[in-house]
Structures are given as structure tokens and as C-alpha cells.
Design a binder for this molecule. Structure first.
Ligand code: GLC
Length: 518
């Protein structure tokens, strides 16, 4: 749930906890098991809440602690688990610790909670006027900003998001408190933001390569800034806390590393339970790429005995309906992709709006809010196009997201009348109906969800065909996806669900089906 875009409960044009609570029955009907809610903590909102000023409170924009408690109770009553976002890599520059650091002397204890350093060469003619190293911000530009006394501080994202020093015990102890505070309030787990980045190279050495946004990876360009061996100590420490609570409490890391082997190290038995796996989100609509992404993902986590996870879209990426071609082609492919996704073994993360078939939206430059746009020198449009509020009902903006006459925080397209929840609820052929059916089957068919996956031999190169076996003995279920131009003939069997109408023996292009072999 990208909270600020889900549903507005107090009529100010921004989604909030009360709005989400009012719409929980929609999520229960959809058939999901759990929610992951993006940050709702007090924040200046430079990065829309990923700049946290108090990790144990609620920003008035989103509600208050009592409203949060009501949300958790209501979700649990409907059988929905609640996962909250934890942002440990950085704080807001308005966090009391950072304000104290700015007011304190160089090398003071207050500065040691963050990463303050002298410039590259403090004795050069310009007096250390170059940043300490060559690291770049994920949002563009140098990862360092200078303060008036001449020191620099590290920020892997916006300058208003200073990176914490995870080698400082006070920082670690404070996060223990934060974990306990939300676990005590009844949350079922955490999504850990930038989980691969918490600990930095002790000497802050230059990275041997240049980072670019498109690399989404790991290698020379992030050798000393990401995935340092000591980061695993943080997750071992957190696992002890999670395991000390009754119930199934869990943590899933945003481990944004291209190497599946590196990512698997985060889900060893005494660390995080799950790690996001972005391989499907990086793959094109191409049978070879999708198959390789699936195989690599399964192999890597099998080695450490953890399940893999799957995701096609998120609040940080271009929506997959658009990525797969947009328009009618994109819509067909997104329907097929939903059946592929939900047939895979292990937890699946859906991003709000994909169940409605929402496309990426082009936001007029004047309305862009994402800090990535300005920091990249306006060379990258930013992520707002995937964050447009959800259309709930009606025929014109704001489509029931907020009261008529109130401006939603991002402009909503004029042509979304057919995409609203209300419109799709009454339509058996809608994207929403497809997701509901697929999720209901996934819940009732033991072959889906857990178990194993095996590919059929002799499948045409532009098609995917695999069977899914339940963990215990039982019959298999097949998933077929046709990414080629020609129709694909299906094995004998009963079609349980197809992404296009009328599928019996043949699967048309850009379509998928689940079959019970006959
Ligand atoms: C993660 C979040 C993203 C945020 C960034 C900085 O990648 O998903 O939205 O901007 O971390 O916290």
C-alpha cells in the first residue's frame, strides 16, 4: 500500500490510515493475506515519508497512534496481517539527532550517529572542498553535502536524508526500541528499506566504478557503499528480537542487489525471513528472460533454505502494464503476467492498482513531486507516475479517492472512469475479477503457493509451461504463458483459469492459463 495514494479518510487529498481502514474489506475480498504499508511516521515528506523524523510516531497527515491501533485491530479481524516499513539507513534531516549533530562540533558523539567526514584532502589549497569520496546519491549527484564548519555528511538519497552510522551502538539500540515499539502494538512484521545499505566500508573508500540508476545492481560501482559483510550482524540482532515475540513475526528486506547469491545471504536462517526479488520487475516481456529470472531466483534461495519472493511492480518502478507495452497489448500482457506471478512458489507482492490494471501516468512537470526529478537535474521524471491515487468510483477525478472538489496530491487522469473499483466490481471480465479469482484459487489449491516448479521439456522457445507440485503428494497444476506470435497448443486438461475468454485447447498470444492435467 502506497499509503498516501490508497484512500483519503479525512478529505485533504492525501491517503491516510483512516482511509485505509475504511477500505480494508476491499483488500480482504481481493484475497490478499497481508499488507505492507509505506512509512506513516512524522516526516517533512521530502521523500514522502522515507525521510523519518520520529520512527515511533504517526505523522498528523496520516493519523495518530490511536488510529494506527484501530487499523491493526480491524485488519486482524479480517484475517489480514500488517507489515510496516522500517527506514534504518537514514533519518530525516529534521530528526532530533541530526539537528543535534549540526549544532555539535566536528568529531563529537552527536556527529558519530551519522557519517560526517573531512573533505577529500583537508590540506589542499581549497581546504577540503571536495567530497570525502566519489560515492553518488541514488537520486543523482554526489552523496555528500557540506556543513558550515567544513565537514561533509553522507546521504545515499536526498540531502535531507542523512545516512546513519550503523557502527554506532546507540543507533543500533534505538532501532531495537523501534522494532519493539511496533511489535508491541501488534504488527506482524517489517519491510526493511534499503536493507543492503546500512553498513558502509569502514574506510569509506572510493567505489571503483560509477553508479547509474539503471544498473540496479551490485559490482564495482557500489563495492564499498552497499552489501558490506557487517550488515548481516544487524539482521541477526533483529531476528533475535522478532523470535522473542509470540506469533509469526517476520521481516522482509528491500535487498536491491542484482546478484541473487548476494541477496540470498540476507535470508539465512538467523537473518531476515524474506528478501524482495526484483528479477521479474527487471525482465522484459520475453520468455527467455522471464524463465532465467525464475530459475536464478529459485536456485539462489534454495541454497539457503528460504523461499524466494516475486514482484512485478512497486512504488519505485514503472507500472508493468506500461513496461510490457501499454495500451491493449500491455493490458493483455499484464493479465497474463498476473497468472504467471501467482503460479510461482513463494510469497508474491502485489502493488496497489495493478489489480485494477492501472498504467503508468505521465505527470506534467509542474506537478512532479518526487525529489528524484530535481536531484537528477530533471533528467529522470521520477516515480510519481506509479503513485497516482487509486480510482474508487465515479466517472471523473478524483474518482472517490477524496471528496469531490478536493485536489488529490497528484493529478488523476481524465480517462480512468472504466478503471475504478466500482466499475470493475460488476464486470466478470475485469482485471480485478481476474486477480480475485487467481488469489482465491491460490488460497484453495495446495499446488500453488508452496511446493516446487518443473519446466516442461519441448515447449516452444517463446512460451512458458511449467507444472507445480504440492509440498505433499497430490496432483500437479500447470501454468502456460504464450509470449510468442502464434497460438500455443495446450496439454490435455481442464482449464481452471485463463487470462483471455474462450481458452480450451489453444492459448492465444499474450495470454496465460492454469490447467489441471487430464
Ligand atoms: C527505498 C524506497 C524508496 C525510497 C528510498 C529511500 O528504495 O522504496 O521509495 O525513496 O528507499 O528511502
Amino acid at each position: 500500500m502506497y499509503l498516501r495514494s490508497f484512500a483519503d479518510g479525512n478529505g485533504d487529498g492525501t491517503g491516510d490510515l483512516a482511509g485505509l481502514r475504511a477500505r480494508l474489506p476491499y483488500l480482504a475480498d481481493l484475497g490478499v493475506d497481508a499488507l505492507w504499508i509505506t512509512p506513516f511516521y512524522p516526516s517533512p515528506m521530502v521523500d514522502h515519508g522515507y525521510d523519518v523524523a520520529d520512527p515511533r510516531g504517526v505523522d498528523p497527515l496520516f493519523g495518530d497512534l490511536a488510529e494506527f491501533d484501530r487499523l491493526v485491530t480491524a485488519a486482524h479481524r479480517l484475517g489480514l496481517r500488517v507489515t510496516v516499513d522500517l527506514v534504518p539507513n537514514h533519518t530525516s534531516d529534521r530528526h532530533p539527532w541530526f539537528l543535534e549533530a549540526l549544532a555539535s562540533a566536528a568529531w563529537s558523539a552527536a556527529r558519530d550517529r551519522y557519517i560526517f567526514r573531512e573533505g577529500h584532502d583537508p590540506d589542499d589549497a581549497r581546504g577540503g572542498s571536495r567530497p570525502p569520496n566519489n560515492w553518488e546519491s541514488n537520486f543523482g549527484g554526489p552523496a555528500w553535502t557540506r556543513v558550515p564548519d567544513g565537514q561533509w555528511y553522507l546521504h545515499s538519497f536526498a540531502a535531507q536524508q542523512p545516512d546513519l552510522n550503523w557502527r554506532n551502538e546507540e543507533v543500533a539500540a534505538d532501532y531495537d526500541r523501534t522494532l519493539r515499539c511496533w511489535l508491541d502494538r501488534g504488527v506482524d512484521g517489517f519491510r526493511v528499506d534499503v536493507a543492503h545499505g546500512l553498513v558502509k566500508d569502514r574506510q569509506l573508500r572510493d567505489n571503483p566504478g560509477r553508479y547509474t540508476w539503471e544498473m540496479h545492481g551490485h559490482g564495482a560501482e557500489t563495492r564499498y557503499s552497499w552489501d558490506q559483510p557487517e550488515v548481516h550482524e544487524v539482521y541477526r540482532r533483529w531476528r533475535v528480537i522478532l523470535d522473542s515475540y509470540i506469533g509469526d513475526r517476520m521481516a522482509v528486506g528491500e535487498v536491491y542487489l542484482a546478484s541473487t547469491a548476494a541477496r540470498a545471504r540476507y535470508v539465512r536462517h538467523d537473518e531476515l525471513h524474506l528478501a524482495f526479488n526484483f528479477h521479474l520487475a527487471w525482465a522484459d516481456w520475453d520468455a527467455g528472460q522471464l524463465r532465467a529470472a525464475i530459475d536464478e531466483s529459485l536456485a539462489a534461495t534454495a541454497e539457503v533454505g528460504a523461499p524466494t519472493t516475486w514482484v512485478l511492480s512497486s512504488h519505485d518502478a514503472v507500472r508493468h502494464l506500461t513496461r510490457f507495452g501499454g495500451g491493449e497489448v500491455g493490458r493483455r500482457r499484464a493479465r497474463a503476467a498476473a497468472l504467471l506471478l501467482l503460479a510461482l512458489p513463494g510469497p508474491v507482492y502485489l502493488y496497489q492498482g495493478e489489480e485494477l490494471g492501472l498504467p503508468q501516468v505521465e505527470i506534467p512537470p509542474a506537478a512532479i513531486q518526487d525529489p528524484l526529478y530535481e536531484r537528477s537535474g530533471r533528467s529522470r521524471p521520477g516515480r510519481d507516475g506509479a503513485r497516482v491515487p487509486l480510482p474508487w468510483s465515479g466517472t471523473v477525478p478524483p474518482y472517490g479517492f477524496c471528496p469531490d472538489g478536493v485536489e488529490p496530491w497528484l493529478p488523476m487522469p481524465a480517462d480512468w472512469a472504466a478503471l475504478t473499483v466500482a466499475e470493475q466490481q460488476g464486470d466478470d471480465d475485469s482485471m480485478l475479477a481476474l486477480y480475485r479469482r487467481a488469489l482465491a484459487l491460490r488460497r484453495t489449491q495446495p499446488e500453488l503457493g508452496g511446493g516446487s516448479l518443473s519446466w516442461y521439456a519441448d515447449t516452444p522457445a517463446d512460451c512458458l509451461l511449467f507444472s507445480r507440485q504440492p509440498e505433499r503428494a497430490g496432483s500437479a497444476l500447470l501454468c502456460a504463458v504464450n509470449l510468442g506470435a502464434e497460438p500455443m497448443s495446450l496439454p490435455e486438461g481442464e482449464v481452471l483459469l485463463a487470462s483471455e475468454p474462450g481458452v480450451v485447447r489453444e492459448l492465444p498470444r499474450d495470454a496465460a492459463a492454469w490447467l489441471r492435467p487430464g
